[in-house]
Design a protein around this ligand. Structure first.
Ligand SMILES: CC(C)(COP(=O)(O)OP(=O)(O)OC[C@H]1O[C@@H](n2cnc3c(N)ncnc32)[C@H](O)[C@@H]1OP(=O)(O)O)[C@@H](O)C(=O)NCCC(=O)NCCS
Length: 229
């Protein structure tokens, strides 16, 4: 399932490049992602994933700042070891109990642009809001939990890539963390992916999310390392 996890990351990045303003999709056999010149030091925006089993592209071509790969180092780039990410996967064909967990309908839909804006707030940046807002409705499933005033406080996007659902841009507002919001939201996201007939779910974990994802049943299937120019 490492292959699916890496493909999911690549498709998520490629969507930023395909629809984002002043951004370009990178879609080639050895790299899938985006060139975003105005975010050219950002490892998760101006970035591409190298498909599993593929040799990384050589330097000197129109490629993003960061290449993510689970195999050997791309030539001419240096590793950023501190940001390496576990690739994680979950078999959705094993019956889960998630469908019962949308207590009082707390988990609803959210637009991708507002999910991007919440990520920007969490990471103290301004980049994902406009990039995700440009992705057309229907290209991804946005899930969210709101406070009593309707403000989005926890969110994630499910991107279906073949029979895999790639879980991306998972975030909870800093004032609302450690209350189980992400756990509840992801259980509903996974239940809905299963209902759509998806067979696996994959993601790439930050340190903050790792034990949460493990508790939901995700297992580490490899490591994605970042190589930058
Ligand atoms: C990672 C992140 C999304 C988690 O969101 P969250 O809503 O706080 O998640 P949860 O509350 O479901 O779980 C987080 C922790 O709180 C704990 N928790 C949940 N309810 C709790 C409660 N009532 N009391 C105390 N702790 C609680 C969970 O057990 C979990 O602990 P662990 O990390 O030690 O396993 C959030 O920290 C975040 O936005 N981080 C920055 C962005 C990021 O890293 N996103 C993930 C990208 S892959």
């Amino acid at each position: 399932m490492l292959r699916q996890s890496v493909a999911g990351l690549g498709e998520a990045l490629a969507a930023l490049g395909r629809y984002g303003a002043d951004a370009t999709e990178v879609r080639r056999s050895d790299a899938l992602g985006a060139v975003v010149p105005w975010a050219d030091n950002h490892h998760w925006i101006d970035a591409a994933a190298v498909p599993v089993g593929t040799a990384a592209p050589p330097t000197g071509e129109h490629l993003p700042h960061c290449l993510w790969t689970s195999s050997g180092p791309p030539p001419g780039r240096r590793e950023e070891p501190d940001v390496a990410m576990p690739a994680m996967a979950l078999d959705l064909t094993v019956t889960g109990t998630e469908a019962d967990r949308n207590e009082a309908g707390a988990v609803g839909t959210a637009e991708l642009g507002e999910i991007g804006a919440l990520n920007d707030l969490a990471y103290q940046q301004q980049a994902l809001g406009p990039l995700l807002a440009a992705i057309p409705p229907g290209a991804g499933h946005g899930h969210g939990i709101r406070d009593h005033s309707g403000r989005l406080v926890s969110a994630a996007v499910a991107l279906d890539v073949g029979s895999d659902t790639s879980v991306q841009w998972v975030v909870t507002h800093p004032d609302h963390r450690r209350r189980g919001l992400s756990a509840q939201l992801l259980q509903v996201l996974l239940a809905q992916a299963r209902e759509r007939g998806q067979r696996t779910a994959t993601l790439q974990s930050s340190p903050a999310g790792f034990s949460l994802y493990q508790r939901l049943g995700f297992r580490t299937v490899g490591t994605l390392r970042a190589y930058v120019t």
